[in-house]
Design a protein around this ligand. Sequence first.
Ligand code: AHR
Length: 513
Amino acid sequence: MTNARVTIDPQFVVGAINRRLFGSFIEHMGRAVYTGIYEPGHPTADDEGFRRDVIDLVRELGVSAIRYPGGNFVSGFQWKDGIGPKEERPRRLNLAWRSTETNQVGLHEFASWTEKVGSELMYAVNLGTADTTDALEVLEYANIEKGSTVSEQRIANGRTDAFGIRMWYLGNEMDGPWQLGHSPADDYAKKASRTAKALRQLDPEVELVASGSSHPTMATFPEWDRTVLEYTYDDVDYISCHGYYEEKAGDLGSFLACGVKMDRYLDTVIATADYVKALKRSDKTLEISFDEWNVWYLGDNLRSFPRQADRFYRTDEIEGNDWPEAPRLAEDVYSVADAVVVGGLLISLLRHADRVTSASMSMLVNVIAPITTEPGGAAWRQTTFYPFALTSALAHGVALDVRVESDHYETDEHGSVALVDAVATHDADAGRSAVFLVNRSQSDDITVTIDLAALGTTAVLDAQTMADDDISARNTREDPDRVRPTGNTSASTDGSVLTITLPAVSWTAVSLG
Ligand code: AHR
């Protein structure tokens, strides 16, 4: 057993927590949509064909906003395929995921579903095979009330009120050679800049996201981001980040410290954005949209998910080499250790709440997701469901920069890393606070002394810990509740100091009031 110390002071505000930090992502990929959220023949299906069991779980997860419809898919998507009578919609080949897209779910259906789950709809336009005209048309269709041919078409298709979508993504991962329409940074940047100007001219209320690097390991990172921002800085509100994390070659120590990797990535993107701000003598500070993040075992999925480590997609690895409907792609089954890492990544996002004002866990259902479904069968929570749900439920108000004093350990990937990481949140109006902690030690429980004296919110309302004697334990169809958080009975406070023991390899949320 070792010890650590955390000091919390409400004066040390990082920034207000934007609810969009607890966003997610649904792409037309694998079974995210079909047999994920939508399955007309399912026993729980509602009158629109959406699974009620999944709707209930998404609500419980506390997802504030959902990015749609891709991802790589969007770079070949013709948005008009997804509107109008369902029986007339085309069956298209989904080139990104070598599958068949039936278009039974499109903009109208997805917007209706987001209303059912209580989330904001955020929309990505195709800047791969399509152009500014196409982006303008979908914006006009979605956001102009009435009176133009395109807006009247929406009304004729059954939706009188405009969808009123605020957040728009200018393409997806355009730095990736796997992306349809992949182009050099300045080609994409010019296209993104003229598209952004046009979209804002049509609807000044939109918030726009330029496509940053698809991963910090890209050889073009961060030069891509710098170039894109030099062209688009005045036109956009956000630059995007994407980051996927996995345990490589059994290096659990490095994996558990992925939050450090996310911190460093974010710090570089922020520095790049601020460099361009300085170049432009601009008063505007750019925000970050971390619109794809999660644990993803890309290495293990090479047969079912046609992607090589060099991030090129190989279509010849799909068995049968056909174009299946809703194939099982990237259906990672997450362990306790994965959930601890997800909790750690949420800590990193909160620590950057001043700049990261939108984030999407990628994805939501079946594909690298916290929720899994069986066609015609059950839906259940993966281990990663819990840190997301608890953080979304408890992190309100402002994020606080806490002082952590902890022993360190050596990692191959990130050097020396603290065993304990933490962030706190404080909602002065509600008189509530929360502390989120990880213990990355693989061998030792750690007792943490948390100095709350300055907070004023000192009673422990609840303390939940994700841990297990078997850190590879997972929830499955056969045993869907094998892993869930349990109350941490070690938590005690004398009003100014909270003491809590964190088991080895664990994530904990403490609610104070
Ligand atoms: O989330 C799955 C894929 O990962 C997305 O389509 C792409 O943007 C990323 O590479």
